[in-house]
Design a protein around this ligand. Sequence first.
Ligand code: PEP
Ligand code: MG
Length: 573
Amino acid sequence: MLLVNTDLFYGVSMTTPEHPPLSGTPVVPGVAAGPVLHVRGEVSPDAISRYGDGGFSDADAALSAYDEAVAAVAETFSTKAAATQGAAAEVLTASAGLARDKGLRSAVSKNLQAGPGPVAAVQGAVEQFVTIFTGMGGLMAERATDLRDIERRVVAHLVGEPAPGVPTPDVPSILVAEDLAPSDTSGLDPALVTALVTERGGATSHTAIIARQLGIPCVVGAAGVMALPTGTFVVVDGEAGTIEQGADPDDARARVEESRRLREELATWSGPAATADGLPVKLLANVADGPWAGSAASEPVQGVGLFRTELCFLDRKDEPSVEEQADIYADVLSPYSDGRYVVVRTLDAGSDKPIAFATHEGEENPALGVRGLRLSFGNPGLMDRQLDGIAAAAERTGTETWVMAPMVATVAEAAEFAGKVRARGLKPGVMVEIPSAALLAHRMLEVVDFLSIGTNDLTQYAMAADRMATDLAHLTDPWQPAVLQLIAITAHAGTEAGKPVGVCGEAAADPLLATALIGMGISSLSMAARAVRPVGAQLSKVTFETCEAAAEAALGAPDPMAGRAAVRALLGH
Ligand code: PEP
Ligand code: MG
């Protein structure tokens, strides 16, 4: 997949070795080398000024031009969505819907009445919505990038320019952008775009999701990368998070080849998971619905470590009945009735996952508000009905079912939840996402049977940095020593109590970090099914003693970059 032809390297500008490597957050491992190719971000100002106010007879005529541009842009998204699948298709379909949004159209219409012409009317309306979305934070703020992309495309269509976006490379290239919208990244050919690097964006950005799907190395939040001139020859290391200039092409080719060989080797790993000296490790899948659970079941996993139930209801206005919930949950449980188990998480509605029938409206700070388990404080029936649905599905399928609550802050909350779960004959646990839960993990384990560390939120709350904030990617990094310390405290509590403590956030999918987590005493790692083989293969190469050394090195490092470097050195990468 990673084409490397040294001949291609000589036609591009070389930079001198005195440039120190740029660095960012590594999100998809692998090494790629090639010339930098920039994404064309903006519509040319000349074309916009030539277009002026468009010369329409009245606001209605200008609105028709807007409608026509929106229809064309939405059609492009839909066509791209039809040509792709999975997460990429979902985000493109969402973008098509956003382009046609009625609220956006009425804001444009209102601006047109004031007379500035369609380009200014669209820009003004988008600005207004971006301000609202950004103010809402979380997943909504992330949509600001999509809105800006829609604005550029609609304006390009109005003024008669080609749509901005990714130019088709002539040679295998490294795509570099400020940030990437889903429409930029869909349809990318991994033979021609061999790595993605963005100046902004975090580990959960669209860029990271798409790069994972394409299986190409990716580094996000790499400050200064936009200043690299087009054509600069760089080596991108998606495990170290570095972008190096001035490398020797033969040396670069050898590194890319070695990385390709390693990744091929990882893809053939088929379990069961254990360290090189035979310590068994549980690898589990994160899923969101029946089809997802079904396809994950054919991977070398011992079950599901995180079933995000709220994702089944994102588009529901009303709460589904207990019977309907039982049907939905049974679809997820049944592929694992062969002796494996499923950890079902009760609704984590609120903040970045608003659910119409559960979320509280108008909270000042939804990430710190009534989300997850807290929704049951004022609406205990919501939790009771969901637990009834889960219990019915467990009984129907015969699958071993564990149930955990998200956003648990106190031991009393954990005890009350555990009582309800046990009353239904199921195994209770809680997620450790709030630092208070990590610090009191030993007391949590007196009242529940297992803990599962949600490193995405634990990092957000430990570092006081919005997990979606593209400018704070260096803080929302699970390699932050303070986050690792909280994980180590929780893992230690599990070892002492003899009860399972797993990790189900993104951190579990990082093969390097996985070694350190196992070294801390974590008993299971749950991740996107695609990540299971690389993690399993990595663990099979190291002894538990090396895992312990990796834990010590990561915990003792001054920052995430140093932690990664220390663990890489220990593992001989
Ligand atoms: C987490 O916070 O790490 C987690 C697994 O939950 P979610 O990502 O769904 O918030
Ligand atoms: Mg969470």
